[in-house]
Design a protein around this ligand. Sequence first.
Ligand SMILES: CC(C)(COP(=O)(O)OP(=O)(O)OC[C@H]1O[C@@H](n2cnc3c(N)ncnc32)[C@H](O)[C@@H]1OP(=O)(O)O)[C@@H](O)C(=O)NCCC(=O)NCCS
Length: 332
Amino acid sequence: MPHSKITGLGFYVPETVVTNADLAAQMDTSDEWIIERTGIRERRFFKEGVDTVSNMGARAARIAMERAGKKPEDIDMVVFATLSPDYHFPGCGVLVQRELGLRHIPCFDVRQQCAGFIYALSLADQYIKTGFAKTILVIGAEIQSNVMEISDRGRNMAVIFGDGAGAVLLEAHEETGKGILSTHIHADGTHAEELFVEHVGSKLKKRVTHEMIDDGSLLPHMNGKMVFINAVKYFPEVIREALKANNLKEADIDLLIPHQANARITQAVQKEFNMPDEKVVSNIHKYGNTTAASIPIALTEAWEAGRVKEGDLVCIAAFGSGFVWASALIRW
Ligand SMILES: CC(C)(COP(=O)(O)OP(=O)(O)OC[C@H]1O[C@@H](n2cnc3c(N)ncnc32)[C@H](O)[C@@H]1OP(=O)(O)O)[C@@H](O)C(=O)NCCC(=O)NCCS
């Protein structure tokens, strides 16, 4: 049976850097509050007319393809993870296909929020294992800066999220014990409304009203404490599940790349596994929480910095709105 292996990776973040001080000038918050509660110092905000979720994803994908030595005609499938597509429909997968000039291959979106990239990777991995596809682009990209309100009313979420994109190129190979060892994906919809955007959805006869704009119900809602409690429970659980499935131990992990939700969540997971700083990737101070993009951005940065070496055991894990959570073990 073929296995899948990451052979190229890339990321793109918008140019505009927004510091905590920039936000504090527009809402009742402070650099100290944001750093203490989230670890974030700055994030990137997209530029209208320059950056879109699909074109940021395509830029990251181009880098991944170049690094893997692949041309547009080599790609068999696109799996695009995002909660913030350019259009309500169609999804970003087909827009990337157009942008990169890919063949008439299957291209689709995955909407699994912060666990979106691992869900997308898991799907792509299954298609490779069954022989359906040999070369798949897996992309995670988000624009969040325009769904939040940069105001006192929106401050609990506006300080956390940022924009960006990351991508990997997944290829079929026959070497056993290398590449994606396993993926683990879970969901519990009972808490769907603890982190969600209610409108503009399809539940109501009038999808959008002036009242929704005025009363703030178009903004995302997050029960921060509930998210925190569940994240620190499910991150370790799903990492242990991956280790057990592969007969590996906690100490075997060379590099842990958690979804960059919040530095305090990452620290809690790190403490749970008693891991030194050099084994845990954290770049949230630079980009904030970029949801489906955070893992491919962090993975690419770690790889570029020489922190991911041949033979290393890399663990990626995520938790997010849904609730959904996931992990994957990769032997590099
Ligand atoms: C969001 C989070 C940082 C809030 O921290 P917290 O200690 O739980 O803070 P609370 O929500 O209890 O709010 C404490 C106070 O700070 C205020 N506050 C909220 N956002 C603020 C901000 N940006 N700046 C300053 N004060 C803020 C609240 O209004 C509240 O004030 P009050 O006590 O007068 O009511 C925290 O809950 C968290 O990290 N949750 C996980 C969020 C996350 O990771 N989401 C991504 C998931 S993928």
